[in-house]
Design a protein around this ligand. Structure first.
Ligand SMILES: [Zn+2]
Length: 143
């Protein structure tokens, strides 16, 4: 499994998200340093306000994520309306050193600068825009 394979998996997961008129459908995979899947998540998997990254981080629990990579089909949020803590902050709190995503969050709901905040905090941020069109397709009613 390489970065592209994991990103493929996040897009597949995002399709399981219950539809919403006010939030994107996102998929997330957290992989260990050896390429093993530690946790997965998709938007609203645990309820209306749950983000994919939040679900996956919650499933990973207290596992050490010091060498992990978090894959998300969409840029992790930096501001959110429904909860006080952004996924960007949750990723930093979990100590995840590397984040890979396909599409920058469009400013449909909030202005997102997750990628910038993560990079500024020392996280390696990789954007694979070749997959952006497919993420957009999953969210075509919102973008
Ligand atoms: Zn989020």
């Amino acid at each position: 499994m390489n970065d592209s394979d994991f990103l493929e998996q996040t897009i597949a997961l995002s399709k399981a998200a219950p539809p919403s008129a006010t939030a994107f459908a996102v998929g997330c995979v957290i992989a260990g340093p050896g390429g093993n899947v530690l946790a997965t998540g998709y938007s609203r998997e645990f309820g209306e306000h749950w983000h994919a990254e939040e679900v996956a981080l919650s499933k990973a629990g207290s596992a050490s994520l010091a060498g992990a990579t978090l894959y998300s089909s969409l840029e992790p949020c930096s501001t959110r309306k429904s909860r006080p803590v952004s996924c960007t902050q949750l990723i930093l709190d979990a100590g995840i050193p590397r984040v890979v995503f396909a599409l920058r969050e469009p400013p449909t709901f909030v202005d997102c600068c997750g990628a910038e905040l993560l990079a500024a905090a020392g996280v390696e941020v990789v954007e694979l825009p070749d997959y952006a069109e497919r993420v957009r397709a999953v969210n075509r009613d919102l973008m």
